[in-house]
Design a binder for this molecule. Sequence first.
Ligand code: MRU
Length: 367
Amino acid sequence: MKVNGTPYRSLWWDETAGALQIIDQRWLPHDFRIQQLDTLEDYAVAIVEMRVRGAPLIGATAAYGVAFAMSEDASDANLDKTWDHLHETRPTAINLRWALDRCRRALRAVPEAERAAFALQMAHEIADEDVEINRAIGRNGLEIIRQIAAKKPAGEPVRILTHCNAGWLATVDFGTATSPMYHAHDEGIPLHVWVDETRPRNQGALTSWELGSHGIPHTYIVDNAGGHLMQHGLVDMVIVGTDRTTRRGDVCNKIGTYLKALAAHDNGVPFYVALPSPTIDWTVDDGVAEIPIEERNAFETTHIQGVGDDGEIAWVRVSPEGTPGGNPAFDVTPNRLVTGLITERGVCAATPEGLAGLFPDMVQAAE
Ligand code: MRU
């Protein structure tokens, strides 16, 4: 997608430097900074500190991390060590394990002398695949938006609520939840997006920044506004992303998603989740019981980041000094609250049969 008219992906390989470049998302939307990753520790820190974030982007970054590690030491021992090191960076988004497993499995079958080049090629493949998957999600989600638009008076916008940032910044390009929006906007369907701020880290600001850059009308709202807007008939549909979806269709996503799903259910608002297949954890059934939820530093809740009138980016404390903060980063929405899953292969019910119908090959591979 474009930043000030220049097309970007959220990460890219710089052939001249022989290194990965990322957009350091800690500073967005206030400042656009690019960082080069030069050590394996740079990769781990980029994921831990959420310089790169969003399930698919974490997976793609990890794949490049493996490629970097193989360029230094292509032994089996280092492959395992790298897997462990990168895997422990963030526990919830399953794309991380998916990418690490895929790389390790393939690399084990490759002679050590060829591993560095092979791993880099594989990382490129994972990144390119992510772009194509998200493009397909956009086309499939567009169909749903078209149907909602067709029932509205001509020219009235389809009003979509979204939570967190499941945009191009959270993936390699297009985003998951935002891809149908970009596709609909480009087709000329009028949209208005309600963007949850998504405390504590305000990833909604990233979504606003993205949508604004693409010319999609939107309004930035506090996390608690969604239920009220739905009660007053101001939301036609919800689309969110996910960090891990179980084989029966429970959806783990940024903290607060569950409350939006409850409000949507109570008000008869369709609640869709957009996901690439690498986000499905075929080994897990009951998301509430089985998905590990990342507990992040309480500083993120007691403090908030913003930009002052002097243009300086700063963190300010919002709670009394010394107040203990709690910071569970994700929650799980049970499948019964999900209207449909928008995937690269089509839209399905959030049920074991729905997912198995679209991905029989993956169900079989997981057995
Ligand atoms: O903690 P984050 O910012 O990595 O969490 C991101 C989200 O929860 C997104 O909504 C989810 O990863 C989907 S990204 C396409």
